[in-house]
Write a protein that binds this ligand. Sequence first.
Ligand SMILES: [Zn+2]
Length: 122
Amino acid sequence: MSISDMSASAEGQLDDHERLRLYIEGVRERAIKAVPWGPDTVGIPRQASESALLRINDVAFYANARQEVTRFAELCLSLLQLHHPRDGGGLSSGAAPPTQRCNCCMLRWPCPTLRDMVRLLD
Ligand SMILES: [Zn+2]
C-alpha cells in the first residue's frame, strides 16, 4: 500500500497531507513553467513611494522569484515525504482505532509539522 493509497479517506476525500502535496506540486510546476522574468519583458509594478532601495528590492524579488519559489516548493515536498503517517503498529484498546504516529517525529498524527504546513491551504 502506497502513502497515496493511505491518504484517501473512506468517502474518497483526500486528507490534508495529500491535498497539501498536490497544492505544493502545483506551485512548483507553475514556477518551473513560468517564463523567466526580465525588466524588459514584464516590468515592475509602481510603488507608492519612489524609494530606490524599495525599487531594488522589487527587482531582486521578481528576478529571483521563479527559482526561489521552486526551491521552497521542493523543500515543502521533502518535508511532506518525511512527515507522513506511519504504517500500522499503533496500540489499540477495545474498539477504538489505533493511534497513528508520524513516521518522522513519532508524534501523534497529524504531527505539528503537518498541522503547520496545512495552513498553506487556508
Ligand atoms: Zn512529523
